[in-house]
Ligand binder design. Structure first.
Ligand SMILES: NC(=O)c1ccc[n+]([C@@H]2O[C@H](COP(=O)([O-])OP(=O)(O)OC[C@H]3O[C@@H](n4cnc5c(N)ncnc54)[C@H](OP(=O)(O)O)[C@@H]3O)[C@@H](O)[C@H]2O)c1
Length: 231
């Protein structure tokens, strides 16, 4: 199986590369600065190939598509993401002009994932498994939002969720599935040390759910623990 992982230099993306490679999959591992990604470089070899990729940059995504032209890809994992700065309260928005953070977070988390999915569609069409997997967050659930705030992050992940559903509808006829999956609250730079879930356990669970998901599950909001989250 041949896969693409964005945000592959640390956190959930890096662990995905590690576990995919361990089970024998080929991985096109994408990072903004692969030359400086020591942990990722240690995994590079015949099965793990490194690529430069900034998902917020059209030219960078086009260059990746060019480098992979003609290569069948089974699963694209859209993992790259940003949180959007501390707090993200209404007061901060007004006082500190954090709206620029909101726009950047949207650019990476939502538009970046769409950019990558669309650019690599010709590859996915040629793959056998035909899955687009976007790592979202429970914070992107409108139903689950009872505590407010986190405008940048919540809005970007809700948009990502909508993107995934539209891709699922539009691509079903071609046998291509699109899912969002919540990885849990995970011990990474983003999740912090107090997170309850080890990155190894989150990624193991993500892979179990992605492997289990079929075309009939396309468009769903998957949870790493199994089952579905509400929108
Ligand atoms: N950790 C959690 O508790 C948690 C919970 C829910 C959802 N998630 C989601 O899981 C995904 C991975 O998060 P994580 O916890 O592994 O976070 P992380 O440790 O902060 O890693 C974020 C990754 O995204 C990359 N990235 C950021 N901006 C990028 C861009 N413009 N182009 C390409 N790559 C970019 C980073 O690369 P650089 O090193 O170059 O910045 C890094 O590889 C994110 O989508 C996040 O929203 C995480």
């Amino acid at each position: 199986m041949r896969t693409v992982v964005t945000g592959a230099n640390r956190g959930i993306g890096l662990e995905l590369v590690r576990q995919l490679a361990r089970r024998g999959d080929e991985v096109e591992a994408c990072a903004r600065n692969p030359a400086e990604a020591q942990a990722l470089k240690a995994l590079a070899g015949e099965k793990v190939r490194l690529h430069h990729l900034d998902v917020a940059d059209d030219k960078s995504v086009s260059a990746l598509a060019h480098a992979l032209a003609g290569a069948p890809i089974d699963i694209v994992f859209n993992v790259a993401g940003v949180y959007g700065g501390p707090g993200q309260s209404v007061r901060q928005m007004a006082e500190d002009l954090l709206l620029a953070d909101v726009a950047h977070t949207y650019q990476v988390n939502a538009i970046g994932a769409l950019r990558v999915a669309v650019a690599l569609l010709p590859n996915v069409r040629q793959g056998a498994v035909k899955k687009l997997v976007h790592v979202t967050s429970g914070m992107g659930s409108i139903d689950d939002n009872t505590s407010g705030g986190y405008y940048a992050y919540r809005m970007s992940k809700a948009a990502l969720n909508m993107m995934s559903r539209s891709l699922a509808v539009d691509l079903k006829r071609e046998g291509i599935a699109s899912y969002v999956i919540n990885p849990g609250w995970v011990q990474t730079d983003m999740g912090g040390r107090n997170a309850p879930t080890r990155v190894e356990d989150s990624v193991e669970a993500i892979l179990r759910e992605v492997d289990r998901a079929t075309l009939a599950d396309s468009g769903e909001f998957l949870d790493y623990k199994g089952g579905r989250l509400t929108w």
